[in-house]
Design a binder for this molecule. Sequence first.
Ligand code: SF4
Length: 661
Amino acid sequence: MSAPSITPRSAVANSVWPRLEPLLPQVAKPIQYVGGELGAVVKDWDTAAVRWALMYPDAYEVGLPNQGVQILYEVLNEQPDVLAERTYAVWPDLERLMRAHQVPQFTIDAHRPVRDFDVFGVSFATELGYTNLLTAIDLAGIPLLAADRGDADPVVVAGGHAAFNPEPIAAFVDAAVLGDGEEAVLEITTIVREWKAEGSPGGRDELLLRLARTESVYVPRFYDVDYLPDGRIQRVVPNRPDVPFRVHKRTTMDLDAWPYPKKPLVPLAETVHERYAVEIFRGCTRGCRFCQAGMITRPVRERSITTVGQMVREGLEFSGFHEVGLLSLSSADHSEIGDMCSGLAQQYEGTNVSLSLPSTRVDAFNIDLAQELARNGRRTGLTFAPEGGSERIRKVINKMVSKEDLIRTVVTAYTNGWRQVKLYFMCGLPTETDEDVLEIAEMAHEVIRAGRAATGSRDIRCTVSIGGFVPKPHTPFQWAAMAPPDVIDNRLRLLKQAVNADRSLGRAIGFRYHDGEPSLIEGLLSRGDRRVSAVIRRVWENGGRFDGWSEHFSYQRWVEAAAEVLPDFGVDLDWYTTRERDELEVLPWDHLDSGLDKDWLWQDWQDALGEYEQDDCRWTPCFDCGVCPAMDTEIQIGPTGRKLLPLTPVNGLRVPSGAQQ
Ligand code: SF4
């Protein structure tokens, strides 16, 4: 294991540490603000030509494991003249103290003020992090509105999935990057480096213009939005002659050329995942109509089995982690997943390394893989995601799995020794009725009944977990109306009653759900336009923080802010959420190009309403979703036929044979 690269705090000239340290004994979990983790990097400030502060806008425990930030942190710090440090959302207890003692938002690597950096990059996995963005900008001493910033302020850049519609935060960010970040951050770095080396000609405006001209960095200030009298958007047009009408997403091809993270961060404080995660492929073409991640990351690009093997070996060696997650949107679909799982299981058999695969595919193959990975005696939980309760609604969402398949699969899990499985569903899906949701209870009952019959044991359980559906931009459901929270809550109440109607079966079924209110606000933020910025600001001014956390989220605060702000624009919360859009409506993100053809998306929406399914283009001919020609990309899948290197014992240690000299 290599030693972390740590510069003594006293040696960091612009560090806020001397002012921060006395505050830490007064806050919860102070260790999260200390930095210095294995994998952390502190570079010399003065010799860096370009300096990035990278943020995941949530608490350290959620933000540190974020793969996107870890990858960009490493990619940037590998550049000799580039410096990247991390910052996370501070909890309200520290925020209060920082305001009282004038301590600005700081990076946890060298505790430098975020305002001193050239670029402040924020990666959003969910829109519920928007209020935390405002806290960080404000604590940093950066003007809240992009329009008020000057040449001394960093360029605030949004990335991550939420950046595919950054309009609700357009007032607060200077730019947004759509798609994969590895190459995009280097391109932005080159532009900033050159602009600085030339003496920053034209100031901030010129820098933003150079970024916009790449056609893959969206600079909201260079676009005007006109509205129709009824509140809909009439058009979005560039207000400068030399910026593109549409901004395109970035796609990193050849994942083998980007084997990051190589040096994963090992947290000092407790975090939600403590494991080495390897992304085994990117993109998904299964075509689940609710899934924004699947739609915006097309096409599928696999990482080869040998690169995955090498990353696992080196990542574990560096970090000392005992757990490896083989991640992707549908990991069992990797063309060499069988060989990958058996090869890794064989390599690490008899060690304390456990391997896991997010298990959502509903078939016996998934259980075979889980069995393989459980060779070390540790069985991770099995989760299956039928998503919809009835066959009909599963056709609407394009999740092709029958009730019989599901029951057969879960029973196979029970007979293979699993005692507990989790079933994941959504509530509030387009065209959904009470009956669709009540079928979840029937399914859960049958699972327990069949499981007991097959195993002869009453010691089996299943947990039904329900999430609220949120229609997302760049999906076929981007036109759909959301169900109001009271409808969702009533359906969930009926479902709970139905699950418990048979007490003997109900006792074996756990029930977890989110009520409809946070989903509705996520819906507002996902499909909102620039007018929603005012709602976010009002919520933040009224104390909104950490909206992704149920104990901090206040529905009332959002409803009141929307009621105060939106009538000035002639719209309201329902207009953004429970209103179905028609084909010709200009959507706030139409000028942001995910590669998906809007006509294809509309047709897929019509197919959803007609309950028609769509196959996966990995195994059937291309169905012209538009991505490959628009982005000049292609599906990259194996099998490559390559195998993982076998392990050979050396002096009592087990190392891959290829690693021996
Ligand atoms: S363009 Fe064709 S091959 Fe490419 S992702 Fe879309 S459907 Fe699949």
